[in-house]
Write a protein that binds this ligand. Structure first.
Ligand code: PXG
Length: 286
C-alpha cells in the first residue's frame, strides 16, 4: 500500500502528492514547518508543536488556512490512513503559488502538507557509544536577520553547517552565534553537565526553542537537578563532564567528542544515560 500524503484537505498517494513549482515555498523557502513524533498513536507534545507552528507563521505574516482543531484532525486522519502508531510527522505550510517575484501578496492558496512516515533514527549504537561532533565555521543566523526561533522552510544556514560536519565525518555539527557563543546543533539543541548541574544556551543565544529541550529540562528538574540556561562557550563544552543533544528526531543522544576533544573519559555520562531512559519512558508512556 502506498503511503498517503495530506495536501490541503485531500489524501494523495505519495507519488501523486505534488505542489506547484510556482509555490513560494519552493521558489523562496517561503513557508514554515514542524517535525513531530507519534508514540503509540499519540502525538508527543502536540500543543507546543502547534504553538510553535502558529508562532513561526505569525512571524512571517503567513495565515495558516485552518484552525488548530482542523489541523489536529488532519494529522490524526493522515496517521490513521497510513496505519502509523510510532512515526514521524512533518507539517508544512507554504505561502502558496504566485507570480515570480518575492511579493507574498501575489500568491494565493497557502498549502498545508502533512507527511507521516517512519523515521530513521541514529543507529542504536550511537545511543550506547555517543557521537562525535565538530564546530562548523558557518555561524547561526543572526536573530535580527532571520530568527532561529522561526522554523522556516529556509534551512540553508543549518544545511551549510551540516555539510561541514559531514565533510569532517560527523553526523551533527555545533553552531556558534555571532558573538562566538554556543548556539545549537544543525537539528538539535545542546546540553552539558558539570558538577551535577545541567547547562544549555538560553533562547537569546539565537536558537530554536526545542520541544525536546523543554521536556528534558522538565525531566531533569523533576528529579531534583539544577538546570541553568546561560551563555556557553566552546571552552565550557570541552571541559564538561557530560554532553548530549536533544531533538524530535534524535530524542536524547550522548556526545562524547567535540572538535577532537573527548568529553571527560569519552564515554556517555551517567546523567545523560539517565535522561535518555527518562525521555524514553516519558514518550513510551510507561
Ligand atoms: N534546533 C534546530 C535548528 C532544529 O531544527 C531542534 C533544535 C530541536 O527541536 P525539537 O523541537 O525537535 O526538540 C530542531 C528540530 C529533521 C528534523 O528532519 C529536524 C528537527 C526536528 C525533526 C526532524 O532533520 N529539528
Amino acid at each position: 500500500m502506498s503511503l498517503k500524503v495530506y495536501i490541503s484537505g485531500t489524501l494523495y498517494d505519495k507519488d501523486d502528492a505534488k505542489i506547484s513549482v510556482y509555490d513560494h515555498g519552493f521558489l523562496y523557502g517561503d513557508g514554515v514547518f514542524e517535525g513531530m513524533r507519534s508514540y503509540g498513536g499519540r502525538v508527543f507534545r502536540l500543543e507546543p508543536h502547534l504553538d510553535r507552528l502558529w508562532e513561526s507563521a505569525k512571524a512571517i505574516c503567513l495565515e495558516i488556512p485552518m484552525s488548530r482543531q482542523q489541523m489536529t484532525e488532519a494529522i490524526n486522519q493522515t496517521l490513521q490512513a497510513n496505519g502509523i502508531a510510532d512515526g514521524y510527522i512533518r507539517l508544512i505550510v507554504t505561502r502558496g503559488a504566485g507570480t515570480l517575484g518575492l511579493d507574498p501578496n501575489r500568491t494565493s492558496d497557502p498549502q498545508v502538507v502533512i507527511i507521516t512516515d517512519h523515521i530513521a533514527l541514529y543507529p542504536d549504537e550511537l545511543y550506547e557509544k555517543g557521537l562525535k561532533i565538530v564546530t562548523a565555521s558557518t555561524i547561526r543566523n543572526h536573530s535580527a536577520a532571520l530568527s532561529p526561533r522561526i522554523k522556516s522552510l529556509n534551512y540553508l544556514n543549518n544545511i551549510l553547517a551540516k555539510i561541514e560536519g559531514l565533510q569532517a565525518g560527523c553526523i551533527e555539527a555545533l553552531m556558534l552565534n555571532t558573538k562566538g557563543e554556543v548556539a545549537e546543533c544543525t537539528g538539535d539543541n545542546i546540553f552539558i553537565v558539570r558538577d551535577g548541574v545541567l547547562y544549555t544556551p538560553p533562547i537569546e543565544a539565537g536558537i530554536l526553542e526545542g520541544i525536546t529541550r523543554d521536556a528534558v529540562i522538565e525531566l531533569a528538574r523533576q528529579s531534583g537537578r539544577e538546570v541553568r540556561e546561560i551563555p556557553l562557550t566552546r571552552h565550557d563544552i570541552y571541559i564538561a563532564d557530560e554532553c548530549f543533544l536533544t531533538g524530535t528526531a534524535a530524542e536524547v543522544v550522548p556526545v562524547v567528542e567535540v572538535d577532537s576533544r573527548p568529553i571527560a573519559d569519552g564515554t556517555p555520562g551517567p546523567i545523560t544515560r539517565e535522561l535518555v531512559e527518562k525521555f524514553r519512558r516519558l514518550t513510551r508512556g510507561d
